[in-house]
Design a protein around this ligand. Structure first.
Ligand code: PXL
Length: 276
């Protein structure tokens, strides 16, 4: 069984980041260790959240792992709590990454044209540098625009998407997955670029008339899990996008469920397991 590491915050309530990554990646048959970057009472979509930054704990945790010869086959990073953490995560990649290991950076910073509370364009520039050390990156349009340094467009046309992909390619990761593409009505697209063959691929799926927090984290978790289980980039994208759609459909039938509660992915995990 492969061992992987997930590096992101733990939001005590609201199914985002580690609360989504742990169950989903475990169900995909991988042994998951965690490196929490911050502890929040609830994710930043809830007003008044508490936030404990764990930057100072990262180095001691990594040193302890060295003492015990800990190794990982893959590393997946999401929400990072401070700019200083980005430098430490680059060190983590050098110390625990290396040849034959897969590093996925989900540059979790914002959505719908806005940064999440606590992030800004300086942070985006640092995150863009971290992407150079990754094998795979999975930004949405907002995060891609922030890292490439172009203005966000609500309706991002096909030509704009190709320009954005070019900019993302130049950040240095060998595989780029750009999610949340919306220029075809009632469809949502994921574009990808693979330096292995230099090709751009597209996958469009149904666009649902709702939004929930945490869907980007679930997408990245499943895509990472599928890649770690040996699936191709295109298959990993299809499995991840279809899983998010199924989980959203499951959630939509509950009228009392709020957007910030996240999606009921637990109920569709059996479907995911069958595809792995
Ligand atoms: O879903 C991304 C995410 C992760 N972690 C925290 C967040 C968010 C988005 O709001 O607030 C703490």
């Amino acid at each position: 069984m492969k061992r992987v590491l997930s590096v992101q915050d733990i939001s005590c309530v609201g199914k985002v980041s580690l609360s989504a990554a742990l169950p989903v990646i475990s169900a995909m048959g991988l042994s998951v260790s965690v490196l929490p970057t911050a502890v929040l009472s609830m994710h930043t979509g809830f007003s008044g959240f508490t936030f404990r930054d764990l930057t100072k704990d990262l180095r001691p945790i990594m040193s302890h792992w060295h003492e015990h010869g800990v190794e990982f086959d893959g590393i997946y990073t999401g929400f990072l709590g401070s700019q200083e953490q980005i430098a430490l995560i680059s060190e983590l990649f050098m110390e625990f990454g290396g040849s034959g290991k897969t590093i996925l950076v989900d540059p979790c910073m914002g959505d719908n044209g806005e940064f999440y509370p606590g992030f800004d364009s300086d942070f985006a520039r640092m995150m863009a540098l971290l992407c150079a050390s990754a094998d795979v990156i999975t930004p949405n349009i907002t995060e891609a625009c922030a890292m490439v340094g172009v203005k966000y467009r609500e309706k991002a046309e096909r030509e704009f998407i190709f320009d954005l992909l070019e900019g993302l390619k130049d950040l240095g990761a060998s595989k780029v997955i750009l999610k949340g593409i919306n220029y075809i009505s009632e469809q949502c697209g994921v574009f990808s670029y693979d330096a292995k063959d230099g090709r751009v691929s597209e996958y469009f799926h149904e666009l649902l008339p709702v939004k929930y927090n945490g869907t980007g984290d679930i997408f990245a978790s499943v895509a990472f899990g599928a890649l770690m289980r040996g699936k191709s980039l295109q298959t990993a994208i299809r499995i991840a996008a279809d899983f998010v759609v199924s989980a959203m459909k499951e959630t939509m039938s509950d009228s009392e469920w709020r957007r910030s509660d996240g999606v009921k992915f637990e109920l569709v995990i059996p479907e995911l397991v069958r595809k792995i």
